[in-house]
Structures are given as structure tokens and as C-alpha cells.
Write a protein that binds this ligand. Structure first.
Ligand code: PMP
Length: 414
């Protein structure tokens, strides 16, 4: 029985993969390149959905984790360990102003769920505001705050969320009038927090207009509503700043991080201001939160990101890559957007999402030895999130291959 048949027998049917009946079976990776079971190499321009910021199997990160693994792996938070405290200190150093307390956990869903519950405790209010187009996770509250139907499997999601349209899609005026309406209908004291991805990743790389987050922050403050930044995908230099909200000089009350922090080892955290943290005295724990092995990897990740100026590099490379993508002459491309190395290329035909063409382009890229992603409610936004260590030559190669893929799929319109 081949691996796909074995997968279909034993894994949950809700777990999908790219390329349908012809999936990729990856066996190893180094830097920006992964290899499949037939020895074919691919430039990885999706990084396991923005995880491998430093590329695959970065030797220094591997060594840091391996050393820690031989020394002491796991204790839980009921005992003191120094690496966990050191990582919290480092996170506070690079985080947006005011975020001074850290709670470690194991994945993005757990980090967001923790932040949402913390906002309820801190405000004494039950409900949340969120973007249509946002994605926050698989747990109960994070699935309820998610604003993408395809990622809302639970038919009985708690009814404590009001979704508003993203300002990139409807403009600031409509967006803020929807917020006003929500507050007018439920009362401001119904809402604990607005949870927002600075740039909605799975929603199709939705970038808000300049000035939006500053305005949102002021609006929420006026109503005593906290701002939670979901930086699970945008964090750790992905958008050309340490964290996405720093593109708009905004500091949230709470922030969740995961993905790139461990460069592939599972580690996540939520952070809060002193004011919020002061209310969080009722006991909570996470068995794997602060586990020493991913903590050791994360300490090395932060050191390398700082040493190699990866925030600045991400911005520089992203600008260059966007320019090359914008030069592709094809009516099917209606927008190229993003910040740093978080870039979306929206494909449409006669005003409708070009879902099949996006798939065809992804296949063509794959045949050319390149992996990219697809996002957006219409699954029509070609998405590039390469490792931050990607070279200028590799960016050029992928831009050229994308132009070729667009040319080769002209007949696949919709
Ligand atoms: N928030 C965002 C913005 C994400 O992109 C994701 C995962 N794609 C999550 C939360 C959930 O993270 P995890 O899969 O680690 O639980």
C-alpha cells in the first residue's frame, strides 16, 4: 500500500494536503530546499506556513536543541528552569512596547485561546470582535473568532463573537461603522477584546490601510476593549519588523506568538501588559509550556534573527520580490501585496476568484521545483512566505518561474 493509501486509512478525513491525488512526500530539507522521496529538490517558498524562518534544519538551532535534549528535556513549569526565564526576558526585549509578561504553551491555537481567556478575566466581559478573514486556531474560542468558513468545523461555536469586514476589503469608514453598530447593539461592556492578525495570512494576505491600527487602538481604548494581536504568522521578522503591528507603530494589550519562534520545534506564547497580567492570579498551567528543548531552539532563533538583521533583510527582500512580481504582465493578476516576506498575489477572472488557475500555477511551480501556498476565502491568492534567509538569486528564480507559470496557465481562467 502506498503512503497516500495508508494516510487515507489512518488519519482523520478532515486532514487535507496540497496537490490532491498526487501529494508531495517530503523526506529531508536544508536551508531553503526540501527533497521528496524521489530525490527531487524544491525551493520552499511557504516554510511550513511561515515556520522555518531560518530555513530547514538550521545547524545552530539543531545543535542548541540537541545539546539541551542531552541535558534535561522536560520539567513542567512547577519547577524553575533558567532557559525559560531567559527566553521570556528576550521576548519582552523585542516585543512591542508595554508587553512585559509571558505565558508559554505549545501551539498557536493554545496561545490565542490563552490570550482570549486572559482578556475576559482582565475586563470581566464575555465577548470578542474579530475580522471576517481572520484565522485564530482550532480550539473552541479560537475557532469561534476565526472568520473563514472553511476553518470553522465546529457546528456549535460559542456565540460570543461579532465579525466585521476587513478594512482592506470595505474601506475604513464601513469597517468602523460596523464596529460602531456592534457596540451600539450589544453595549461596549459586552466586548473583552478585538483579536486581529496584523496581516491576515490565511484570509489572503489582507493588509490594512496605513493608519488603521492606530485608529483602531484609539477606538477600542475609548470603549475599554482590549486589543489582542495574533502574531502567530506575522511574528519574528516575517513582515519586515519583529512583529507585524510594529509596521504601524501600535502596541496591543495582548499578543500571541508561535510558528517561527521554534523554527520547527513546537513552542508558542502569549504576552500581556503589566495591567492585564495583574488580574491573572487564578492558577493556570501548560504541561509543555516552556519545555526546555524548544526553548533552547527559540533562544538560538532570536539570537540569529538579531545577529543577521533579519527584520531589515525581510523588508528589503520583500520589496524587491514584490517589484519583480508586479512586473509580470498578466490580466489574471489583480493585486500583489504584503509586507516583508509575507506576500500574496491575487488571481481573478472577471471579478471572480480564479481558484483553478491558482491551483494550476501552484502545480506548474512545483513542476519547476518550487513550493508556494494558497490562501483567501476563494483559495485564489498565491502565497509566498520563504525562509527569511532566502537569497536574492532565489527570489529572482521564483519570480521568473511565476511569470512562466502564469503564461503556461492562461487558458485556465476561473
Ligand atoms: N493564528 C494564525 C494567524 C495562524 O496562521 C494559525 C495557523 N495557521 C493559528 C493561529 C493556529 O496555530 P496552530 O496551528 O499552531 O494552532
Amino acid at each position: 500500500m502506498n503512503l497516500l493509501e495508508r494516510k487515507r486509512r489512518v488519519l482523520m478525513p478532515c486532514l487535507y494536503h496540497f496537490f490532491g491525488d498526487d501529494p508531495l512526500h517530503l523526506v529531508d530539507g536544508k536551508g531553503t530546499v526540501v527533497r521528496d522521496d524521489r530525490g527531487r529538490e524544491y525551493l520552499d517558498f511557504y516554510s511550513g506556513v511561515a515556520v522555518n524562518g531560518l530555513g530547514h534544519c538550521h545547524p545552530e538551532v539543531v545543535e542548541a536543541a540537541a545539546q539541551q535534549m542531552r541535558k534535561l528535556q522536560h520539567t513542567t513549569t512547577i519547577f524553575l528552569t533558567e532557559p525559560m526565564i531567559e527566553l521570556a526576558e528576550k521576548l519582552v526585549d523585542v516585543a512591542p512596547r508595554g508587553l512585559s509578561r509571558v505565558f508559554f504553551c505549545a501551539d498557536g491555537s493554545g496561545a490565542n485561546e490563552g490570550a482570549l481567556i486572559a482578556a475576559r478575566i482582565a475586563t470581566g466581559r464575555p465577548a470578542f470582535l474579530a475580522f471576517r478573514g481572520g484565522l485564530h486556531g482550532r480550539t473552541s474560542l479560537t475557532m469561534a473568532t476565526t472568520g473563514l468558513p472553511m476553518w470553522q468545523a465546529d457546528p456549535f461555536r460559542p456565540e460570543v463573537v461579532i465579525h466585521v469586514d476587513h478594512p482592506m476589503n470595505v474601506g475604513m469608514d464601513v469597517h468602523f461603522s460596523q464596529l460602531q453598530q456592534a457596540i451600539a447593539s450589544k453595549g461596549a461592556d459586552y466586548f473583552a477584546a478585538f483579536i486581529a492578525e496584523p496581516i491576515c495570512g490565511n484570509g489572503g494576505i489582507l493588509v490594512p490601510p496605513d493608519g488603521y491600527f492606530q485608529k483602531l487602538r484609539a477606538f477600542l481604548q475609548e470603549h475599554g476593549i482590549l486589543l489582542i494581536a495574533d502574531e502567530v504568522q506575522t511574528g519574528f521578522c516575517r513582515t519586515g519588523e519583529w512583529f507585524g503591528l510594529q509596521n504601524w507603530e501600535t502596541s496591543p494589550d495582548l499578543m500571541s506568538v508561535a510558528k517561527a519562534l521554534g523554527n520547527g520545534l513546537p513552542i508558542a506564547a502569549w504576552m500581556a501588559t503589566e495591567e492585564v497580567a495583574a488580574r491573572l492570579t487564578s492558577p493556570q498551567a501548560s504541561t509543555f509550556g516552556g519545555n526546555l528543548v524548544p526553548v533552547a531552539a527559540a533562544l538560538k532563533v532570536l539570537e540569529i534573527m538579531q545577529r543577521e538583521n533579519l527584520a531589515t533583510e525581510s523588508r528589503r527582500k520583500g520589496e524587491r520580490f514584490k517589484e519583480m512580481l508586479r512586473a509580470i504582465d498578466d490580466d489574471g493578476i489583480v493585486d500583489v501585496r504584503g509586507k516583508g516576506l509575507m506576500i500574496g498575489v491575487e488571481l481573478s477572472h472577471e471579478g471572480q476568484p480564479a481558484t483553478d488557475r491558482c491551483d494550476a500555477v501552484l502545480r506548474s511551480l512545483r513542476d519547476n521545483g518550487i513550493l508556494a501556498g494558497k490562501t483567501g476565502p476563494g483559495r485564489n491568492v498565491l502565497t509566498f512566505e520563504p525562509p527569511l534567509i532566502v537569497s536574492d538569486d532565489e527570489l529572482e528564480r521564483v519570480a521568473t518561474a511565476t511569470a512562466d507559470a502564469m503564461a503556461a496557465t492562461r487558458e485556465v481562467l476561473a
